[in-house]
Design a binder for this molecule. Sequence first.
Ligand SMILES: Nc1nc2c(ncn2[C@@H]2O[C@H](COP(=O)(O)OP(=O)(O)OP(=O)(O)O)[C@@H](O)[C@H]2O)c(=O)[nH]1
Ligand SMILES: [Mg+2]
Length: 370
Amino acid sequence: MEPRTYRARTMKDALSRVRRDLGGDAVILAAREVRRRRLFGLGARAEVLVTATDRMPAATAGTTSPGFMAHGVTPTPRIGDELSRLHTMVETLSRQGRIDHLLPDVPAELVPVYSQLIEADVPEVLTRRLIRHIAEGLEPDQFGDGEAIRAALVDAVAQCIPVAPPIAPAVGVRRIVALVGPTGVGKTTTVAKLAANFKLAHGARVGLITVDTYRIAAVEQLRTYAEIIDLPLAVVNDPSEMPSALDELGTVDLVFIDTAGRSPRDEVKIRELAGFLQQARPDEIHLVLSAVAGQRSLKAAVDRFAAVQVDRLILTKLDEADSLGGILGVLGMSSRPVSYLTTGQAVPDDIEPADRMRLARLILNQEDLA
Ligand SMILES: Nc1nc2c(ncn2[C@@H]2O[C@H](COP(=O)(O)OP(=O)(O)OP(=O)(O)O)[C@@H](O)[C@H]2O)c(=O)[nH]1
Ligand SMILES: [Mg+2]
């Protein structure tokens, strides 16, 4: 087939269309950004032009292996394959004199890495910053070294992920930890996982408080966990009840406060939540964010929940997310460290303390959850 040119708003969209039209063996011949004038003088809009074909052009076919295949175009790309393509891509593009057509500030050898990050949903601006960082850190002879590039990439991504140590209860000192966040992200489930682990694995004395009294089912959900794990539970209907609820729990090392999900759009409800928390004076407030949520809603959540003095982030539903790169942009914006990752519905198993190298490898699809 003659090469076709695809025009799209983002590199990711362009690559998806290439994949849909040309299938798993698509070969990218050139990729560049253009600015397109818009009608009525509304300013220029950036677009990406990708030229691709379903097989190698005759001039280069049969020389080495196929040229640059877009990362992720094959259903299950293997990193080894990807890295060997990196080398042949550079050769092919050099021969075709096409390196200049590539994205201007991305060195040709790092184009597959660029594509990998875009496919993982890492925001474009951050992708370019990562590429620049990797390029600066590599020795000249490492540009042809797939292993070195892979290690540099994981390191660069890991550096964008601030992590916090796990919650550290001390015997005889009551530590209060509150979980807040948008609706349905997994706050109650995560409270149950944490409470069970601290009681069962660490032998801590744990108590629970819920301020989610808007729905009967919400209180019952936490009460069920409290009964199974055998923990005291206090229900708080009004901020003024908080001190007596804390007393009601008796002597405990760790109190988890479960809160009602709040839409980031609902500033009134978030202020109301702040009222409850002011009375509890938590030592730590963890904002729970679902990895399934889109970049924009994650950012809105970080932005709006800043009103309750968030200290840490918990990332949930990693098992359900198609890609995790969007989280990176949000971490940069929030500047709060990640404390825990949750990876499924099972209480108490599907939770782990955040580890920046692991999260980086997960984002880059270099590691499985299990
Ligand atoms: N796949 C997956 N599901 C999860 C995870 N954590 C929680 N869930 C599920 O997400 C759903 C909502 O969980 P909840 O814990 O009730 O969420 P919430 O944030 O307390 O919800 P609201 O109180 O209504 O705001 C439940 O079906 C959980 O089993 C996770 O890590 N992975
Ligand atoms: Mg809940």
